[in-house]
Design a protein around this ligand. Sequence first.
Ligand code: FEH
Ligand code: ZN
Ligand code: ZN
Length: 345
Amino acid sequence: MRALRLTAWGEPPAPAEVERPVPRGGEILVRVEATGLCHSDLHVMGAVPGALPYRLPFTLGHEVAGRIAALGPDADVRVGDRVVLYGPWGCGACDRCAAGRDNYCDRRDTLTWHGAGLGRDGGMAEYVLVPSARHLVPIDGLSADQAAPLSDAGLTSYHAVAGLRHALGEDTTTVVIGVGGLGHLAVQILRATTGSRVLAVDVREDALALAERSGADFGTLVRADTARVLRARTGGAGVDAVLDFVGTTQTLELAVGILRPGGELAVVGSGGGRLTVYKPGVLPPGFRLSLPFWGTRPELAEVVALAGSGAIHVETERFPLSAAPEAIDRLRRGRVRGRAVLVPD
Ligand code: FEH
Ligand code: ZN
Ligand code: ZN
């Protein structure tokens, strides 16, 4: 079968012909219908030797949807069922993994993988082998290009919002910085599951248009006076929460500059930005910072149910798997609207 494989650190992935896997024990073989392309894929592609614990070569793709094609003898799911993969694959034995919280596996630092397409063969291929049915969530009538992004862009945004939900009642204000593959879903998830007003910030006009289509109450480009513009939307009090999907020093500083006392900042983007935390100092009193990572399997089922109810819709740009280099280049240049999805051709 065809697969997009990472064979050398710092080199672009290359198409290759590999054996179609045969499921054993409790393993399940899934025929891939769509796989999302994520900024983390770019980080993996650009990693220097030793930066990641992964063993080369492996197939990329950690945001995958498809149809069950074959079962190992101990697998208790049905051939033909359509599923989305729960992407974080932990040790499978610790309390966190047993609870479906592989994203916070206690043995993460001992593993040579983080999941499908992250050290283990992933979904940028015709088939993907899944170690256990616990990594599958049924998608019923959802299309594959709607379902695949839910497993990372949707789940990561949902998990980040879940961590702030206690602070997002009526008459609160949340700012979403970065309205791309994750940010546009975060706007929709905020609107669907909290009472908070949503203000969007991005550097691109088309991203602000996407934010508006996603339900944001207001959007603004990043400018010299962005903090003043956003504060003015709260009568000067400041915002209750910021979800930063960029994570650069500039966006982190913007975030702490607009938070009200007791405000919450969730940093989701891997922009590598730095924030100096010291006390006493200029940070808002009661300020809380979180670094949420991906999400849990129960949360993925909740995101799929939200999408199935029509409460969230993924804006996607489809590419045939053979056009992965073009999709990668477009993502790298910030020229993808919503989420890029690769479809095996
Ligand atoms: C996956 C693996 C490692 C770092 C970041 C990620 C994210 O794409 C998961 O949402
Ligand atoms: Zn990702
Ligand atoms: Zn574990």
